[in-house]
Design a protein around this ligand. Structure first.
Ligand code: LMR
Length: 331
């Protein structure tokens, strides 16, 4: 009797296990990889996206966030997305050179007066059309997350363009940014984000350009004596996914994910400038780096020195697109 009962219990247990695996589908996993710290606009956005998906699509979708280049560095993340090894990224605009020349627009020096102008452009028809500009390459843009304008840093005071002459600057892998430093007669060195701190520490490069949130979270201020508040260019992101993966999702799931992402984008873009200002204060309070402010005349000199880069790239980017972006400053 006992033996029969045991057999029956085992049979029931196997049956239960089989029916669970037969009916409860595994959740869809979205790997979201990025290169910055959690405590930055992009890091916070990725975590908020994960949390909201957890709350609203529990059991259906699971988001795994990999910050700080822990899964892929910026040299490899696009390739990983195209191979569907990760499903979401938020690379800075500079990382899209190879996929569409138009996105180089965002890296033109002195294009946007402030982060509000950037947001206005992103919401315009021209801005929205760029989200779809890489679908033939298998990349779908889902939204924009802003970080902030960039500041120059070095171990000497950079007050005028001539101060940068001959210095080696870490740049993202972007032709526009390469040209920008060449226009200053400086020496650009393309390098992954994850390698920047060490390169500055060891003197492989002498300077860099970053928004305050990346300066603070990467401890750049600990290895650079001066930060020039130049606000000379933009560092922001396009949140992207693998087009095939995205289109293969059940429609209700895709719609909910889009809704969540739109909500997250509003929050990220509302707070990114504040977060950068708070990090600027932390840098000043640390006393390890001096923040230099430019006079309007000094800033104008940087603009004049970098501006020829526009002409160099206007053929690839398109004059109309540049005009549309410039128009967002005047509203
Ligand atoms: C950089 O490489 O400087 C940035 O793209 C890093 C980031 O994603 O903010």
């Amino acid at each position: 009797m006992l033996k029969h009962l045991k057999t029956l219990t085992t049979a029931l247990a196997i049956g239960a296990a089989l029916s669970t695996s037969a009916f409860a589908a595994d959740p869809i996993v979205i790997k979201f990889s990025h290169v910055v710290a959690n405590d930055t606009p992009k890091g916070q956005g990725a975590l908020m996206f994960q949390k909201l998906v957890d709350e609203r699509l529990a059991g259906k979708v699971k988001v795994e966030v990999y910050p700080n280049s822990s899964l892929y560095g910026d040299g490899k993340e696009m390739e990983a997305l195209l191979l569907n090894n990760v499903q979401m990224l938020a690379p800075s605009f500079a990382k899209f050179d190879k996929y569409t020349p138009k996105i180089q627009l965002f890296d033109l020096p002195f294009l946007f007066d402030d982060i509000n102008a950037v947001e206005r452009f992103e919401k315009s028809e021209s801005g929205k059309s760029l989200l779809k500009s890489m679908e033939d390459k298998g990349i779908t843009g889902l939204g924009y997350w802003n970080n902030d304008l960039k500041q120059l840093s070095a171990n000497k005071e950079l007050l005028e363009p001539k101060d940068a002459r001959g210095l080696k600057f870490r740049v993202q892998a972007s032709e526009v940014l390469d040209a920008q430093f060449k226009a200053l007669k400086a020496v650009p060195r393309k390098m992954a984000f994850g390698e920047m701190y060490q390169a500055l520490q060891t003197g492989t490069v002498n300077g860099a350009e970053n928004p305050y949130s990346n300066i603070y979270s990467q401890k750049v201020h600990e290895v650079q004596k001066f930060i020039t508040e130049s606000n000379h260019g933009l560092l922001s992101y396009m949140v992207i996914t693998n087009t095939k993966f995205w289109n293969s999702l059940p429609e209700d799931v895709r719609t909910e994910l889009s809704k969540i992402l739109d909500e997250v984008s509003v929050v990220v873009n509302k707070h990114s400038h504040e977060l950068n200002l708070a990090d600027k204060q932390k840098i000043i309070a640390s006393g390890s780096s001096k923040v230099l402010t430019l006079t309007p005349e000094q800033r104008e000199k940087w603009r004049e020195a970098m501006r020829p880069v526009w002409k160099q790239f206007e053929g690839q980017i398109g004059v109309d697109l540049i005009k549309a972006a410039e128009a967002s400053n005047k509203q």
